[in-house]
Structure formats: structure tokens, C-alpha cells
Design a protein around this ligand. Structure first.
Ligand SMILES: [Cu+2]
Length: 284
């Protein structure tokens, strides 16, 4: 699909795509230097090997189980907040905020879902540096009982120091009824039978929920600083996975090619995002 893009700077040879594992390694070395200094759980477990063996049910347990935030135990909620704070304190979250603030054609177009799938994957890897058992919960605002701001995050308003700025998280959620009317667009999006007609209304719902939360979440240059950003995007990512596996979605991939298929600033491509098991997680 035609889409205006700013010219991309030539990429150094070292940034070229050498396969999934090396792309991940390159990211850790280049964009997340703090992580590169320590042994991550992800490095201990070769997930690419796991994918080939995923029919073995005991290995399935090694996939990160992303759960509905409303179903988390108090302990699981505290562990997510703890891991979030660790990733904030080590500077990784700030780096991710600055990358999100850059232009990577990651919003208001069909790249939204694959680009943020990688973005969440990298954040989850960073969480695992401290808590291998913590996965990104999802905020299922399609459920009437979750059509309000998640209670357990109301008082969690971190300060995030990025390489360029300090972000003091604020928010001002709208009325529950407005969130419910935003979410009411979900079923018709899920019924669409092409990726483009699915992703277009999902893009709109995505933005409306950002604005409904308000404050930091309503500004794409700072939104990942709010811990609820990750829960919101995990839900969008989950809806995409549900749609993809539905008869309406019929395993259709985004029609991206050339530079549009490269999830810059990383070396991942759209094809790398097609199977969430290969990225080490599943939705439960
Ligand atoms: Cu975004």
C-alpha cells in the first residue's frame, strides 16, 4: 500500500539481517547495552530450537504465558511492577521510550501490529533479565468487567529517565462508558476478512484507548513510560493473534514488502513476527 516514508539512512554492514538469533544479539549489543552485560534467561534457553520442538508439551511451559491482567494474583501483579521498575532503573525502558518517539512508520498504518510485536518482545526479554517468570499481562478492554483503568496500576506513576528526557507519568482516564463504546468497535474489526480492513479499525481503537487513558499514554513520544502501555499493546497483539487464527483472518499476513517489511531500527522483518511461539510467548 502506498505510504509516505522519510528516507532511511544507509545501514552499517553490522546492522544487516543475519538471521533471527544474530539480529537479537545485535539488538542487545547495540540498543540495550545494559542487557548485554548480563546473562539473560533468553540467552540460556535457545528459543529458536524450542520452536522446532514445540509439539512437545513439556517445552510449551517454557513459553511466556501472557495472562489477562484481571486474572493475575496479587503476587503476579507485584512481580510485574517490580520487573517494570528494574527495567526502568537500568535505563532499558528509557531507551525503548526514545526509540518509540522516533519515526519508524510504526503508527496509523499496517506496520502498527508487527512493529509493536517486536517492541513488546524486546521489553519482555528485558523483564526476563530480572524475573524470568514475568510476562506482559494484557488488559482486555473488550470485556465489560475490564472497561475501566486497571485498579492495581492506578497508583503506579513512575518517573522514567530516557537518554534525552525525564518523563513523569500522568494519566486521566475518561468515563467507563466511553471506553465501552470504543471497545464496541472490536467485533466488527475481528470479522474483517483481509489484513488491511482488520488493521484499520484496530488502529483506530488502539489510538482511542491511548487517548482515553490520557496524559502520558495520549502522547506517542512518551507513552511506553506508562506501565499500562504494555498491557494495552499486549491486548492489541492478542486480538491480532486471535484474528489471524480465526476463519476471518485465515492466517493472512500483513502485505508488507521492501523497507515496509523491516521493523526498523531493528533487523527483524515482518516474517519474524508471524509466529508468537517463535518469539517465546503465548496468550492464556
Ligand atoms: Cu506505539
Amino acid at each position: 500500500m502506498p505510504r509516505a516514508r522519510t528516507p532511511r539512512k544507509p545501514r552499517p554492514v553490522s546492522e544487516e539481517h543475519h538471521g533471527k538469533t544474530s539480529a537479537h544479539e545485535a539488538l542487545l549489543l547495540r540498543n540495550l547495552p545494559v542487557l548485554a552485560r548480563s546473562m539473560t534467561f533468553a540467552k540460556m534457553v535457545d528459543r529458536k530450537a524450542l520452536v522446532n520442538l514445540k509439539e512437545l508439551s513439556w517445552l510449551y511451559q517454557l513459553l511466556c504465558h501472557r495472562k489477562d491482567q484481571a486474572a493475575l494474583t496479587d503476587n503476579e501483579k507485584q512481580r510485574y511492577i517490580c520487573a517494570f521498575n528494574m527495567v526502568n532503573n537500568d535505563g532499558t525502558l528509557g531507551q525503548l521510550c526514545d526509540i518509540h518517539a522516533e519515526w519508524h512508520a510504526q503508527h496509523t498504518n499496517p506496520r502498527l501490529l508487527p512493529w509493536h510485536r517486536i517492541f513488546l518482545y524486546l521489553f519482555e526479554e528485558a523483564l526476563h533479565n530480572y524475573h524470568p517468570d514475568v510476562c506482559i499481562p494484557y488488559w482486555d478492554w473488550t470485556k465489560p468487567e475490564e472497561q475501566h483503568f486497571p485498579d492495581w496500576l492506578v497508583g503506579v506513576l513512575p518517573t522514567v529517565h530516557t537518554p534525552t528526557r525525564t518523563i513523569n507519568v500522568i494519566r486521566s482516564p475518561g468515563p467507563d462508558g466511553v471506553l465501552s463504546s470504543i471497545a464496541a468497535g472490536g467485533p466488527s474489526a475481528m470479522a474483517k476478512t483481509t489484513y488491511d480492513t482488520f488493521t484499520s479499525p484496530i488502529n483506530g481503537i488502539h489510538g482511542s484507548v491511548h487517548i482515553w487513558v490520557g496524559g502520558t499514554m495520549s502522547d506517542a513520544s512518551v507513552s511506553p513510560a506508562d506501565p499500562v502501555f504494555w498491557l494495552h499493546h499486549a491486548n492489541l497483539d492478542r486480538l491480532w493473534w486471535v484474528w489471524y487464527n480465526s476463519s476471518a483472518g485465515n492466517h493472512q499476513n500483513p502485505g508488507l514488502s521492501g523497507a515496509d517489511a523491516l521493523m526498523d531500527p531493528w533487523s527483524y522483518t515482518e516474517a519474524d513476527t508471524r509466529n508468537i511461539a517463535s518469539l517465546g510467548y503465548t496468550y492464556v
